[in-house]
Design a protein around this ligand. Structure first.
Ligand SMILES: [Zn+2]
Length: 308
């Protein structure tokens, strides 16, 4: 998150489209009007922005099985059913049919977005009285930091959080028991990271830019890969995005790349570029930085993901 703050200067471009996307996503009463409006403006970007079909990266088709931005609306609708405020600290009433109350898990400190769906689902699984729901509740939290970014970048955060709602491995009794017996939230995170249900983040490798933090993915199909591919698609093929918008998406693509399970050589290249970024921002013309320096590193990451 510190990295994000460092480059917040890039996030000065706020774009407020008038039209609102007809989304099936519901909003809890806990969410403020301004937070709700920001999510809706992000969703509206899906209709406002156009991709050049000839420039769409192969990874966009591979990851999202989509050819247009409009199809991302279906991806989000399937994975985000309810948006709640990050200020909902204790209990939250919901109209979700199988849950009458949701204990909302909070991440530490201010946050832009969070997906507590897996933990909420597990909490329900642990209730011996209740009938376990068949799937995760698909809830995301939106915090005040969400408003610091442009709607287009907000959209990439929603794409990331949506992936946390996917559960592609069956959860057997042994796995559930392992989760259930985790002594701390950190132990639970370790146990969850081994499973592709919810794609929880794991401890970053020793020697990497994020070493010691629980912010890395162990899967090439995790939330950071989806966010990365979405950002790169905007950078490479958005016809009506400004240079500043594409520059922001390119920089955040580099940040997302640093959390992917890359090969050692590629991780060094990404970490090195990330480390040099503040100096590069001072000394390199923006066009050259975005379209040549960062492009060179990220092209290798694109190829790495295409090979998976
Ligand atoms: Zn995440």
């Amino acid at each position: 998150m510190k990295f994000w703050l460092k480059i917040a200067a890039f996030a000065i471009l706020y774009f407020f489209p008038q039209a609102h996307a007809a989304s099936k996503i519901s909003f809890s009463e806990s969410i403020s009007a301004s937070e709700k409006a920001l999510v809706q403006k992000s969703l509206a970007s899906l209709k406002e922005r156009k991709l050049n079909p000839k420039q769409i990266p192969l990874n966009f088709k591979n990851y999202f099985q989509a050819k247009t931005l409009k199809e991302i609306e279906a991806y989000l609708n399937q994975r985000i059913h309810l948006v709640v405020s990050s200020k909902s600290r204790v209990w939250l009433k919901t109209s979700a049919p199988h849950l009458t109350v949701l204990p909302v898990m909070m991440s530490q400190g201010p946050t832009a977005t969070n997906n507590p769906s897996l933990l909420l689902w597990l909490a329900d699984q642990w209730n011996p009285e209740g009938t376990p729901p068949k799937e995760m509740p698909k809830v995301i939290q939106v915090g005040e930091d969400f408003g610091k970014y442009s709607p287009l970048f907000g959209l990439s955060l929603l794409v990331h959080e949506a992936r946390h709602s996917d559960c592609e491995s069956s959860v057997d009794t042994a796995t559930l028991s392992q989760w259930k017996n985790s002594a701390t939230l950190k132990d639970l995170s370790f146990a969850l990271a081994k499973n592709s249900c919810g794609y929880s983040h794991s401890l970053c490798p020793e020697g990497s830019a994020n070493a010691g933090k629980m912010v890395c993915d162990t899967s090439k199909k995790g939330p950071y890969a989806y966010q990365y591919v979405f950002n790169r698609t905007i950078v490479k093929s958005c016809e009506n995005c400004s240079f500043a918008e594409r520059a922001l998406m390119q920089i955040f693509a580099l940040d997302a790349a640093s959390k992917l399970p890359l090969s050692i050589e590629l991780r060094h290249l990404v970490d090195q570029t990330l480390e040099q970024l503040p100096a590069l921002q001072k000394n390199t013309p923006p066009q050259e930085l975005i379209e040549q320096v960062l492009e060179k590193t990220l092209h290798s990451v694109d190829e790495f993901l295409t090979r998976s």
